[in-house]
Design a protein around this ligand. Structure first.
Ligand code: C5P
Length: 225
């Protein structure tokens, strides 16, 4: 058997990261969450108070990218060596990340990092443009979709698990609206828009359990190895 590259793309909260992480675990592969990389850049912009500046003068994002360090340590995401795994999931980051990821210097920088991370093969990478732009040569390409309402429910359950007292949780309609808004922005942008590669296998996860999704993708991977 040979180690392959598995590209998993799809809209927000379609189950990509859960599926990708588990498939990688079963295969003994590395899992790379490229959304976490875009979120880390967005977090750095927000923390530096540069959001409004960039909306007027997007080219100034170059200063943020210079010397930026984004690394993975198991399940943790490290930005300049600091564990930001929690902060990058905050709603304020989710709301701004599509704008940040539409900027060419951001995409160019992250593309180089992502291709370097996949060079050794034996990787499962998830995102929006992995099969179309980052690794069009990936042996297995998956496009995961699910009903928007289903995706909002899953996201709400995740948020509830993280905030047991329930304070500050958005309601289901708000979440669904935000998810659809992010998908629209990601699909309509000029650079590397969210698209299914013609060779990608489309899987609708609306009525699948996580184990079923994992088994499907794992089975296809083993055939390609
Ligand atoms: O996967 P996740 O929802 O964490 O991704 C956050 C955002 O990062 C997406 O909404 C999209 O704007 C951006 N992204 C991207 N290309 C990728 C992965 C994520 O533009 N490959």
């Amino acid at each position: 058997t040979q180690k392959i590259i598995i590209a998993i793309d799809g809209p927000a909260a379609s189950g990509k990261s859960t599926t990708a992480r588990k498939v990688a675990g079963k295969l003994g592969y590395t899992y790379i969450d490229t959304g976490a990389m875009y979120r880390s850049v967005a977090l750095k912009v927000i923390e530096n108070g540069l959001l409004d500046t960039l909306k007027q003068a997007p080219e100034q994002v170059a200063g943020i990218l210079e010397g930026i360090s984004i690394a993975f340590d198991g399940d943790r995401v490290l930005l300049e060596g600091r564990d930001v795994s929690r902060e990058i999931r905050d709603n304020r980051v989710s709301r701004e990340v599509s704008f940040i990821s539409s900027l060419k210097p951001v995409r160019d920088s992250l593309l180089v990092m992502q291709q370097a991370l996949g060079r050794g093969r034996g990787v499962v990478m998830d995102g929006r443009d992995i099969g179309t732009v980052v690794f069009p040569e990936a042996e297995l390409k998956i496009f995961l979709v699910a009903d928007a309402r289903q995706r909002a429910m899953r996201r709400l359950l995740e948020l509830q698990a993280k905030s047991p007292d329930g304070t500050g949780l958005p309601d289901l309609e708000t979440l669904e609206r935000e998810i659809m808004e992010r998908d629209r922005a990601d699909a309509e942008r000029e650079l590397a828009p969210l698209r299914k590669h013609p060779d990608a296998v489309k899987i609708d996860t609306s009525r699948l359990s996580i184990d079923e999704q994992v088994e499907m993708v794992y089975g296809m991977a083993v055939e390609k190895e």
